[in-house]
Design a protein around this ligand. Structure first.
Ligand code: CA
Ligand code: CA
Length: 351
């Protein structure tokens, strides 16, 4: 469900969902009645958020088992979910070629990011690197921020599977605001250039903060079947949608996504021009001449396989792993990690 949802309605929905999720555990005697953490002033831009049923983590189930033994079943447990807040530095480096090929040495002057078993799972946990894993790199030059990702994925949606549709949206592959840009094997970058937030709000959809998608098998520029960039969230905002589309059409963001020849993964290379996409203050865009600067960053790796692999999850997604944040709130700016832009300094040589 897109659009704004009042807090009361959201809390009610989550309590109902949590009760549904809890019934089987109550029946088997290992679950307490579980309070659902509220999200004050929540603004839902992403239709995945409301539709996702909060699932009990393994640790929560263990807590439930222990407390059930020790205390009466009327006791209410309040789970505390730690929020991942990683930091990565972006050093000044050589300009890469955005072609979906990791050439020898092309990213050796960049900082490395690893995942995703230890990232935040929105859906099923990742238990094996051969199922879903990632090596990533980030760096910048005078005018652009660059990311590269080498993704391991044992089943490529729309390549080694049929292009099946989710029951939630028969228009999932329409390249409009009604479609699901993130439906498929995909990555999302979320940047908060201002590095400021007021509460639990998501990105605004302009140079100060945004969420864009790179899908392996569809794109704004290449259509269905060709990987690349798509307008991300909030798709409910016409302004955000138009900003994102302009960036793609005018080349302010460029990306290449290519399946590996063995079909067990893919490569993404992604370039983001500081002007207009890293607006650190109103009408002021990052440049190495400004000096070192922290901005908010989150990264998502979405893994869609077969409908059976994602049974019980929204859209039958198998995995959606997040570099920063907690489940269900990871798109809020206050859940992001930090990208430290290191001005004109190159990566120090390894000792
Ligand atoms: Ca390249
Ligand atoms: Ca997949």
């Amino acid at each position: 469900m897109p659009g704004r949802v009042a807090e009361k309605q959201l809390v009610k929905e989550r309590k109902r969902a949590a009760n549904v999720a809890c019934i089987s555990e109550i029946q088997s005697g290992i679950c307490q009645r579980v309070k659902v953490r509220t999200v004050p002033n929540a603004v839902l831009y992403d239709s995945r958020q409301l539709s996702r049923i909060p699932r009990l983590s393994r640790s929560l189930q263990i807590i439930g088992l222990i407390t059930a033994t020790a205390l009466s079943l009327s006791f209410a447990a309040e789970p505390v979910v730690p929020i991942r807040k990683p930091l990565v530095k972006s050093w000044f480096g050589a300009t890469p070629q955005i072609d979906g090929v990791l050439s020898p040495g092309e990213w050796s002057d960049a900082s490395e990011i690893r995942g995703v078993r230890d990232w935040t799972p929105e859906f099923s946990e990742v238990k094996s690197d051969s199922d879903s894993a990632l090596r990533g790199w980030v760096k910048h030059d005078k005018a652009w921020l660059y990311f590269a990702f080498e993704i391991t994925d044992d089943v490529l949606y729309g390549i080694t599977t049929e292009r099946w549709l989710p029951k939630e949206n028969p228009k999932a592959h329409e390249l409009s605001r009604e479609g699901y840009p993130w439906f498929g094997d995909e990555m999302e970058l979320l940047l908060n250039a201002s590095n400021q937030w007021n509460g639990d709000e998501d990105v605004s959809g302009d140079g100060s903060s945004w969420q864009m998608v790179c899908n392996l098998t569809k794109s704004r520029l290449g259509g269905i079947g060709k990987g690349g960039l798509l307008e991300g969230e909030p798709r409910t905002s016409e302004t955000a949608w138009n900003n994102y589309q302009n960036w793609i059409l005018k080349g302010a963001q460029r990306a290449a996504a290519k399946a590996k020849t063995d079909s067990h993964g893919y490569i993404i290379e992604w370039a983001i021009r500081f002007d207009p996409c890293v607006e650190i203050e109103a009408h002021k865009f990052y440049s190495p001449s400004i000096g070192q600067k922290d901005v908010g960053l989150n990264i998502a790796l979405g893994d869609l396989d077969t409908p059976e692999a994602g049974r019980g999850n929204f859209g039958n997604f198998h995995h959606e792993q997040w570099w920063a944040g907690a489940p269900h709130t990871r798109t809020h700016k206050n859940n992001f990690g930090t990208l430290r832009l290191m001005a004109d300094r190159p990566k120090p040589a390894t000792p």
